[in-house]
Design a protein around this ligand. Structure first.
Ligand code: CMP
Length: 140
């Protein structure tokens, strides 16, 4: 067990429905600590850059349009095994496959409007955190 950091986005479907606090409560209940947080409206260039690994996927353009359709809350989460813990509390990408009690089961509208993003590895977490935060914006 080790303390690590992961990166989270509360997506436009959740901010639109005023669920920022409800989603954050789930993260905190799971033992994750919010050590950085800001509400932003991503530019098209930012969203395309952030999701660059998905550029060739058929859903890429729709994903980018959705992510810039409203404000998001980008966060750095810290805790024991934070990457795995966050993935567990988020639930499966498709809410139809998500376990009871997970964020996506309770809040997500669809596989695209699935309320949250979370890093899939510690390595990608470091890249994603650096995409949105300066070191001095993270206060553990
Ligand atoms: P996220 O963890 O943010 O990473 C990529 C996103 O693409 C994913 O969550 C989904 O919201 C979105 N997406 C839309 N359609 C699909 C799909 N068919 N398969 C996987 N991800 C999809």
């Amino acid at each position: 067990m080790s303390t690590e950091r992961t990166f989270s986005i509360i997506k436009p479907d959740a901010t639109r429905r005023n669920l920022t606090g409800a989603v954050t409560a789930k993260l905190e209940e799971a033992g994750l600590r919010v050590v950085a947080s800001k509400r932003i409206h991503m530019s098209k260039e930012q969203a395309e850059g952030f999701y660059g690994v998905h550029r060739e996927r058929p859903f890429f353009n729709d994903l980018v349009s959705f992510m810039i359709s409203g404000p998001v809350v980008v966060q750095v989460l810290e805790g024991e095994n934070a990457v795995l813990k966050n993935r567990e509390v988020m639930g499966a990408t498709n809410p139809a496959n998500a376990d009871a009690g997970t964020i996506r089961k309770e809040f997500a509208e669809s596989i695209e409007a699935n309320s949250v993003h979370g890093s899939d590895s510690a390595e990608n977490a470091a890249i994603e955190i650096a995409f949105f935060f300066k070191p001095e914006e993270i206060v553990g």
